[in-house]
Design a protein around this ligand. Structure first.
Ligand code: E4P
Length: 214
């Protein structure tokens, strides 16, 4: 499973990226806001991420009309060919995704809440879809069940699930078991994923044994 970080906060990102375990970073306007990054500062953030060896950086469009979305996507891609454009799964967003896919621009269709949107995103030629697991669950939907259906719908297409809006490390385990190949997690979930107190206790035992052996 490929792991991505869902954050624009450099203090959170730096130590997690340094582990080498995370393939890339995903952002959206809310994440930029939380990270204190203004739109004009996005190119600088992207350069900072790429300079740290981040393989893929996902940046979301802000427009709402098809032509604007397509133009914005091309503008973002000028920053790097390692940048993937995120576009919300609105009608205009799907239409822009179709045009961009025809121009070989990879798009992640985001804010996906229902399995049927996997069908339309694949028809639009999306490279990825980002189902919002936590938000689906908070709305009373069976988030894990919807994502399992998306996996089935997308099998054999060129569109992949990159699950987002995860609330717990255990979501990552459940998604991996469901065959999801990529997830993006905020810093708290990423840190929880790396934490295992029993491993730390075992290492403390080893250290005590090593001290007694010298
Ligand atoms: C990722 O790209 C999504 O935008 C994000 O995970 C949404 O998460 P939230 O539900 O915590 O806002």
């Amino acid at each position: 499973m490929r792991l991505y970080l869902d954050s624009a906060d450099r203090d959170d990102l730096a130590p997690l990226l340094d582990t080498g375990l995370f393939t890339g970073v995903t952002t959206n306007p809310l994440i930029l806001q939380r990270g204190g990054v203004r739109l004009a500062q996005v190119p600088e953030l992207v350069r900072w991420l790429l300079d740290r060896g981040t393989a893929e950086v996902f940046v979301q469009t802000t427009g709402s009309e098809v032509d604007d979305l397509v133009a914005e996507a091309h503008e973002l891609r000028r920053l790097s060919d390692r940048l993937v454009v995120k576009i919300p799964a609105t009608v205009a967003g799907l239409s822009a995704t179709r045009r961009l896919a025809d121009q070989d621009v990879p798009v992640l269709v985001t804010a996906v809440y229902h399995a049927q949107q996997a069908i339309t995103a694949a028809a639009a030629g999306a490279r990825w879809i980002a189902p919002y697991l936590g938000r689906m669950t908070e709305q009373g939907r069976d988030g894990h069940g919807q994502i399992a259906q998306m996996q089935q719908i997308l099998a054999g297409t060129g569109t992949e699930v990159l699950a987002a809006s995860l609330r717990a490390a255990d979501d990552v385990r459940r998604l991996a078991l469901a065959g999801v190949a990529a997830v993006t997690v905020g810093a708290p979930v990423a840190r929880a994923l790396l934490a295992e107190p029993l491993t730390d206790a075992a290492v403390a035992d080893f250290d005590r044994a090593v001290a007694a052996l010298v």
